[in-house]
Design a binder for this molecule. Structure first.
Ligand SMILES: Nc1ncnc2c1ncn2[C@@H]1O[C@H](COP(=O)(O)OP(=O)(O)OP(=O)(O)O)[C@@H](O)[C@H]1O
Ligand SMILES: [Mg+2]
Length: 223
């Protein structure tokens, strides 16, 4: 099977001189197409940093990344942005929905920005919202939704572009156990139906155990 992601000897330093910290140390791993993987490790072990590098939001100090078989270091800034928008979906602990827009408008936003007309996007956005049980909440604003509902909208938004890989940083971190469980089940379902690969940071050992695979970071080293 093809790799959706290849990480080779990735290093990330912050700061300079005496205050320099080595946050990621020669991290290497592959993710196959459709793989559902947990990324675990103590607070400060480098999980979010690794996700930011894979998400092309930050640059590594050294090492190489391949995303959908494209070598990242050879791409221009513009090509990187293009690849990020097309190949990746992001889900964070705090969903960052745009408060001035309704749920369905938030969901359509990534593709509207690409210049696709709203009427072409609506049916898929509506269908995805229905899939997460929010068919009757499409026209609500984020403040009119519960935390778990907002998180489901954010997940749908991340899936709207049909990414090859979804990066999720504690997607259930601020939710109660039951809601966290149903969100996790939803991610798993999407993974199995659409073959979308997931890399999910979680502190929840039960949820991590339900993944295909667990990657463990300890002080910046992948065990
Ligand atoms: N922009 C930055 N400048 C300097 N140091 C940073 C920066 N971002 C992260 N760090 C440091 O890098 C280390 C790893 O941080 P990171 O956020 O990746 O940890 P984490 O595993 O996601 O932790 P948590 O579980 O608490 O979210 C920490 O020691 C942190 O202080
Ligand atoms: Mg973190």
């Amino acid at each position: 099977m093809t790799d959706v992601l290849k990480v080779e000897k990735l290093n990330r330093y912050y700061g300079e001189g005496d205050t320099q910290t080595h946050v990621l140390k020669d991290v290497s791993f592959n993710l196959k197409k459709g793989e559902f993987t947990a990324l675990v490790g103590q607070s400060g072990s480098g999980k979010s940093t690794l996700l930011n590098l894979i998400g092309l939001l930050e640059q590594p100090s050294s090492g190489e990344l391949y995303l959908t078989e494209q070598k990242i270091s050879t791409l221009s800034e513009q090509q990187r942005t293009q690849l990020r928008n097309h190949a990746l979906g992001f889900v964070f602990q705090f969903h960052h929905l745009l408060s001035a827009f309704t749920a369905i408008e938030n969901v359509m936003m990534p593709l509207k920005i690409r210049g696709i007309a709203e009427k072409k996007l609506r049916p898929r956005a509506q269908a995805l919202l229905a899939k997460v049980g929010l068919e009757n909440y499409a026209e609500r604003y984020p403040t009119q939704l519960s935390g778990g509902q907002q998180q489901r909208v954010a997940i749908v938004r991340a899936l709207m572009t049909q990414p090859a890989l979804v990066l999720a940083d504690e997607p259930t971190g601020n939710l109660d156990t039951q809601t966290a469980d149903s969100i996790f089940t939803l991610l798993r379902q999407i993974n199995q139906e659409d073959g979308t690969a997931f890399l999910i940071v979680t502190h929840d050992t039960n949820l991590a155990a339900r993944c295909d695979r667990q990657l463990i970071l300890k002080d910046g080293v992948l065990l």
